[in-house]
Design a protein around this ligand. Structure first.
Ligand code: PGA
Length: 266
């Protein structure tokens, strides 16, 4: 009998993801129109294995989930969820409600939430718990400010954001988590981290995962890069060994640009 050779590369293959964070853009009609362009364009032009996740404002989730129903290479997510389960929290949307509207993912800890809504790592941990309880898969975002990078402090900032929100998660929860590294100085500024700068931080995050949760979690967690990703710079960024895809803001609002970014991720 021949020896069975297990190809570790295949076993450890991480999900490649391109996620579009629409932020607070597009009214209902315009959002439907954009998704109606993006979905068939990616379907016909992207031949490789890729998960495309659209993160529209809450009001679009149900309609977009219907548009993408039955298409395994697409998923819909929310840009945030409440840290509470249900009750008297005016204006909040619970993770379970998001799931019931047809979403499978949720962004947690985006720098705009941290900066504009004073969200702390401990608060992000509560949101992560609600997301897991509801059956959502979170994309947890980390990233340093410009001053912190200039001061050479990015490692401390990233460790703080990772350990402050993830340390108490179980292995089973970690298996459902996606991470995104988004240097705040690169978001919406047109300044992108160079592929080498991004790779350095992604490798650092993967090392942290290995130390905290072991090599298996570290090897299979998809880590996305975000911050002025566009159709021109995507290929080089996605070519780095620890960059598994992108969390795209501005360029996700244009179907052609977003499709080109999707095509670049293989
Ligand atoms: P950007 O946004 O691509 O417009 O820089 C990225 C993000 O904030 O997720």
């Amino acid at each position: 009998m021949g020896k069975i050779i297990i190809d570790k590369e295949i076993l450890m293959k991480r999900t490649r993801i391109v996620a579009g964070n629409w932020k607070m853009n597009k009214d209902f009609e315009a959002g439907l129109a954009l998704a109606s362009e993006i979905i068939p364009m990616i379907e016909s032009e992207v031949q490789h294995d890729l998960l495309t996740i659209l993160f529209p404002p809450f009001i679009h989730i149900h309609a977009l989930a219907s548009l993408s129903a039955g298409k395994k290479q697409f998923a819909i997510g929310a840009q945030d969820c409440s840290a509470f389960e249900s009750g008297a929290y005016t204006g909040e949307v619970a993770a379970a409600m998001i799931k019931s509207a047809g979403a499978d993912y949720v962004l947690i800890g985006h720098s705009e939430r941290r900066q504009l809504h004073s969200e702390t790592n401990a608060f992000c941990y509560e949101k992560l718990k609600r997301a897991f309880e509801a059956g959502l898969k979170p994309i947890y975002c980390v990233g340093e400010l410009k001053e912190q990078r200039i001061a050479g402090a990015f490692e401390d900032v990233i460790i703080d954001q990772l350990s402050g929100a993830l340390q108490k998660l179980t292995t089973r929860e970690m298996e459902r988590l996606v991470l995104a590294y988004e240097p705040v100085w690169a978001i919406g500024t047109g300044l992108t981290a160079s592929p080498e700068q991004a790779q350095e931080v992604h490798a650092f995050i993967r090392q942290w995962l290995a130390t905290q949760f072991g090599p298996d979690i570290s090897n299979r967690t998809s880590i996305l890069y975000g911050g002025s990703v566009n159709a021109v710079n995507a290929k080089e960024l996605f070519g780095m060994p620890d960059i598994d895809g992108g969390l795209v803001g501005g360029a996700s609002l244009k179907s052609r640009d977003f499709t080109e970014i999707a095509k670049a991720n293989h």
